[in-house]
Design a protein around this ligand. Sequence first.
Ligand SMILES: Cc1cc2nc3c(=O)[nH]c(=O)nc-3n(C[C@H](O)[C@H](O)[C@H](O)COP(=O)(O)OP(=O)(O)OC[C@H]3O[C@@H](n4cnc5c(N)ncnc54)[C@H](O)[C@@H]3O)c2cc1C
Length: 501
Amino acid sequence: MKWSTSLIGLFVCLTTLVDIVPVNGAENPRIIIVGAGAAGIAAASRLYQKGFRNITILEASQRLGGRIRTTPFGGGIVELGAQWCHGEQGNVVYQLASVYSGLLKSSIIADEDAVLIRSTGVRVSEAVAERLQTMAEGIIESEGRDTFDGSLGEYFTQQYWKQLATPAFKDISRDLAEQFLVYYHNYERGYTAYDTWYEVAASETDSYVEPAGNQDIAWNGRKGFSTILDIVSGNHPGTTNQSLTPVPLSKLITYGKFVSSIQWKGSSDGDVIVKAQDGTSYEADNVIVTVSLGVLKENNATMFTPALPAVNQRAINGLYFGTVNKIFVLFDAPIPEDFPNTVHLLWYKSDLAALRQSPYAWAEAVSTFFRIDNQPNILMAWMNGAEGRRAEYLRDAPIREGILHLLKIFAKNMTFGNIQGLLRSKWSSDRLFRGSYSSRSITTENLNTGARALGTPVRNAANEPVLLFAGEATNPIHYSTVHGAIDSGFREANRLINYYS
Ligand SMILES: Cc1cc2nc3c(=O)[nH]c(=O)nc-3n(C[C@H](O)[C@H](O)[C@H](O)COP(=O)(O)OP(=O)(O)OC[C@H]3O[C@@H](n4cnc5c(N)ncnc54)[C@H](O)[C@@H]3O)c2cc1C
């Protein structure tokens, strides 16, 4: 470590005088942040805003934002990754963005209940849909889960059929009950990114704490969700909060650096040696790793020297990292008026069997169609599970045909315009992500691990925190979200700020 005792004294002294500590560059601890997603930007910004100046962010791609990927399309923007701010209280995204008027608004999908449409094109009545949905949510939230020895899928199906056998549901036909079950499973997979709910223990300690308030808040403006990165780094026009010093991100970030090796017991004086795949090498006092859990799963065995401690490795192996994907379809006319804002797809068994035999078999992955905010000509299809992952490898033409096939089935009597363009995410096949977001599975439970274990800092022989971990998957209560990622970046920055003060 290059951080001398006398300088620590000076630092402490200055910290008590002013919040922002202008420390001398040469003696400043050299901090490398791997990854310029929400967690990396948050960590760098907090450190910079507290006076740390020797910060380098190594980012493998040519852009910042990671799984926040606001992309121009159809004359406006779409979000290939994070789209909605989920909740208000206790949500750092909402806290930071809601002070600027007009940035956030309730999404159109929050304004209207989702509609269930069967593969005959017939809608399930609102009252029936609501009863089934309430019953299903009740099962998911029921206390019986805690003591059930089996998977969530087994628990859910047992409870579901039990409830359907009661007089309260005697009007529900067997067909509809089966269709709803298949749909609900697909819908749950969208939230959690599991391939199947048979991979999840019923007793899974789902520690996610939902921030209270509106769960579907959309962004206004051309920068969409990326706006949060400007706000966190003090670069949003009109920033008035003095604690948000503008952070010169373009100077701090070096793009095109795929970090392939981190020697955390690197040299005799305690430096950490970070190497990128292009052969460049960096020395640091501390490294904050913010790459996705998918990247850690794929690379951790070769990325860290020595190998990570067992606690971190177990978490990398035990936590689940699944995939959801989106397809945006641009039409040359607005989506028909009578097409609801959210449509869930319910398949008759025979129709699903026919789909599986057709060239559009991949389309089974689509659970839901959404209209999107501010873009009346665009429809979004949400894809889950292994079929959705496999669809990443298809060309656009069969995807386009599959979407048209679904619309012919589920929006029978509606006339859509011609498709003008298609844009889709491929989170799993992208080596910089290898999936969409983290969750907990039976393996997580069996290995008795979790987000906290993943975020355990690695210390060197002198007990200095040389290797730290941030990113959504390290957040025990807000994993799988942007607010979770930002909180985790702040957490690790604060760890270093406390360490050096
Ligand atoms: C389809 C989809 C929909 C979502 N919807 C929402 C939503 O509506 N609301 C919400 O709150 N959240 C949503 N999320 C989740 C949210 O996007 C993520 O939780 C969050 O953005 C993760 O940020 P992060 O900084 O932890 O990781 P990342 O964004 O993955 O950042 C990691 C960065 O590291 C870089 N990197 C990877 N490997 C290396 C390497 N070896 N060397 C250097 N750099 C590397 C990557 O390029 C990336 O920029 C969604 C995600 C997806 C995929």
